[in-house]
Design a protein around this ligand. Structure first.
Ligand code: ADP
Ligand code: MG
Ligand code: ZN
Length: 474
């Protein structure tokens, strides 16, 4: 019998913090800028310059920890992590080794109708590195604008089992970071980046397999493709008796393949040591409590509210809280809408496909969305017409009422008009009517379809069905 395998994944997510200034100096953290214009002796690592920790970095890290159910380290320190690469002016990165600010947390994801809890091992603070710019004919240049921008690294337990779970985890994590406003979490600007650690083992095995770390993943799509490719490669190596080595791999978007970058360093290779220039970090209960009190309503809380107050199911509610802007948009429309379930359905099944959920922007005002729901609820239009109106609203700045008026989309609910339509339809579909009378219930759909075509989808479907049944029954 063929062996069954399972993929095991743990994630390291780097989130760039939104502080105004860098982690150890007063240079700006602004994205871009003339190369090396956001620099000073500290972030360029000049001899004699001394780092001083930006307190706001701790506030943000504690916030992130509390929002992901972590414990907060009351006594911490910062460590030098050594590696020689010119994007680091000092040849070491100031990070945290054994005493991260936050540890032992978790978050819940929703996959295939079930809730799954993913462990968060730790969240530590560190400085970002600079950027190497490879220029044809010039050589390699270095830009230290990004060096010293504060990061938190959020490390998960190896609890994830598929690309789908990874996506749900990242979306949830990103939503939380956006809600608490510690980062703008832009994947394309690198303010939310993810490394995937992956191994494969036989189903049921207790031991973890050899892991690889995959870097350069800058979209949800690349992450899913890399996981798929790498899982298959591992299974092939294992079944064919090859050897897997612990290494760092990159992902090539064009070929969809991963490639070896370097053998993975072990912790020993980094020669961690406490940074002697920095004070220990001491955080007291009062500090933690004041941050706890400042936390806004988080995605899970909003989700529970939507399920309870509006009767939405867990999956739909989860979809609506994936970003703070989307949830706010939904809530704004919900305040005016006569039926919130109809509103949620329209948003998820008809409107989501027109918008970029990773960077949500209002496709049209929330008030228009509520107006559309109310037109449906009031019987002025039916669902199929609402789809046409949505398409129109995406492209124009008109309100649903204006579009209905302009295009004559008002639902036909006048019993006299419907009666006439029904008579005409029966006369033109004798065969279907006879089949129905002979016991073939479905045959009547052809008659309804005829009426909908004749009215370009505007006839009130309930009324049509009701009157048609009355007529054909006798
Ligand atoms: P490093 O800093 O050297 O990359 P960490 O201990 O920080 O190592 O672990 C990185 C990530 O790798 C964590 O998210 C962890 O869950 C995950 N991980 C560790 N071992 C495995 C494994 N065998 N398979 C998959 N993921 C793993
Ligand atoms: Mg790592
Ligand atoms: Zn600086």
């Amino acid at each position: 019998m063929a062996k069954e395998f399972e993929t095991v994944i743990g994630l390291e997510v780097h989130v760039e913090l939104k502080t105004k200034t860098k982690i150890f100096c007063s240079c700006t953290t602004e994205f871009g800028g003339e190369p090396n214009s956001h620099c000073c002796p500290v972030c360029m690592g000049l001899p004699g310059a001394l780092p001083v920790l930006n307190e706001e970095v701790l506030n943000y890290a504690i916030k992130a920890g509390l929002a992901t159910n972590c414990k907060i380290q009351r006594f911490g320190k910062q460590d030098r992590k050594h590696y020689f690469y010119p994007d680091l002016p000092t040849a070491y990165q100031i990070s945290q080794d054994d005493l991260p600010i936050c540890y032992d947390g978790h978050l819940d994801i929703e996959v295939k109708g079930a809730t799954k809890r993913i462990g968060i091992t730790r969240i530590h603070i560190e400085e970002d590195a600079g950027k190497l710019v490879h220029e044809e004919g010039v050589g390699t240049l270095v830009d230290y604008n990004r060096a010293g921008v504060p990061l938190i690294e959020i490390v998960s337990e190896p609890d994830l089992r598929s690309a789908e779970e990874v996506r749900a985890y990242l979306q949830k994590l990103r939503a939380i970071m956006q809600y608490i406003d510690v980062s703008d979490c832009k994947m394309n600007e690198g303010s939310f980046r993810c490394d995937v650690n992956l191994s494969v083992r036989e189903k049921g095995a207790k031991e973890l397999g050899t892991r690889v770390e995959i870097k350069n993943l800058n979209s949800f799509q690349s992450i899913a493709r890399a996981i798929e490719y790498e899982s298959q490669r591992h299974i092939r190596e294992i079944t064919e008796g090859g050897t897997l080595i612990q290494e760092t791999r990159g992902f090539d978007q064009n070929s969809g393949k991963t490639y070896s970058m370097r053998e993975k360093e072990d912790a020993d290779d980094y020669r961690y040591m406490p940074d002697p220039d920095l004070m220990p970090i001491v955080i007291d209960e009062a500090w933690i409590n004041s941050i706890r009190e400042s936390l806004p309503e988080l995605p899970d809380k909003r989700k529970a509210k939507y399920m309870e107050e509006y009767g939405l199911n867990s999956y739909d509610a989860e979809q609506l809280v994936t970003s703070r802007e989307l949830a706010n948009y939904f809530e704004e429309a919900a305040r005016e809408a006569k039926n919130v379930k109809t509103l949620a359905n329209l948003l998820i099944s008809e409107i989501f496909r027109f918008i970029d959920l990773e960077d949500f922007k209002q496709p049209f005002p929330a008030a228009y969305l509520a107006e559309l729901v109310n037109l449906i609820e009031g019987g002025n239009i039916n669902i199929s017409t609402s789809k046409k109106i949505i398409e129109e609203m995406i492209q124009s700045t008109k309100s649903p009422k204006e579009i209905v008026k302009e295009k004559g989309l008002e639902q036909i609910s006048d019993p006299e008009v419907i009666a006439k339509l029904v008579d005409e339809a029966i006369a033109n579909n004798q065969k279907a009517v006879e089949e129905y009378r002979a016991g073939k219930e479905k045959a009547l759909q052809a008659v309804v379809g005829y009426i909908m075509r004749e009215t370009r989808g505007k006839a009130n479907p309930q009324l049509v069905n009701q009157m048609l049944l009355e007529r054909v029954k006798n």
